[in-house]
Design a protein. Structure first.
Length: 190
């Protein structure tokens, strides 16, 4: 009985330390050091939350850059991919359809190489970035849809260059751009 009481006391002690005290300390430090990131990197426009820098969104209008495809329709609750293997016929059909849709939507030549992230959904289904190459393929469509003159088209390209992020630690991944942030900048071009 004495061992049981000691075990319960130890269990209660470590539950309080690891389940309450430690999370409160970590949360407090995060709120002090980087509050924006600790609160989800939310983006606020006109006093309302329009999204997060960390979660992808769907953009269907020709006036905006399109995001990477999502197997879960950008719903963060069941985050995940399709889990299709590369030899699965359903995946091959999806890739072919996405290629055709991307080429037609952006009025590209049929032989134009399309970056892989515009053909394959991400593992989480929530990736907020696309490659700079994928964004460049969409610039002409957006300029046409918004009736941009040459100066505005140049500003669009400048926005893309400014918002391009380097590979993480200069070696992980490739240049990428956050689609939501880019689309917000596109709306600012006059």
């Amino acid at each position: 009985m004495k061992s049981l009481i000691i075990s319960l006391k130890a269990f209660l002690f470590f539950t309080i330390i690891t389940g309450i005290v430690y999370p409160l300390i970590v949360t407090g430090i995060a709120q002090l050091v980087f509050p924006g990131r600790a609160n989800g990197s939310l983006i606020i426009k006109d006093n309302r939350i329009i999204g997060s820098e960390l979660v992808g969104q769907q953009f269907d209008s020709a006036k905006y850059f399109t995001s990477r495809p999502s197997s879960i329709s950008y719903n963060p609750l069941p985050s995940g991919g399709s889990n299709y293997g590369l030899t699965n016929s359903n995946l091959q059909q999806q890739v072919d359809e996405r290629r055709q849709r991307f080429v037609q939507f952006n009025q590209l030549d049929v032989g134009t190489p399309i970056p892989a992230e515009m053909l394959f959904a991400s593992a989480s289904g929530l990736d907020p970035h696309i490659s700079k190459q994928a964004a460049l393929l969409q610039v002409s469509r957006i300029a046409r849809a918004r009736n941009f003159n040459e100066f505005q088209k140049q500003k669009l390209s400048e926005c893309l260059n400014i918002l391009t992020e380097e590979a993480q630690m200069l070696v992980l991944g490739e240049e990428r751009v956050n689609v939501l942030l880019l689309n917000l900048e596109v709306d600012r071009i006059k």
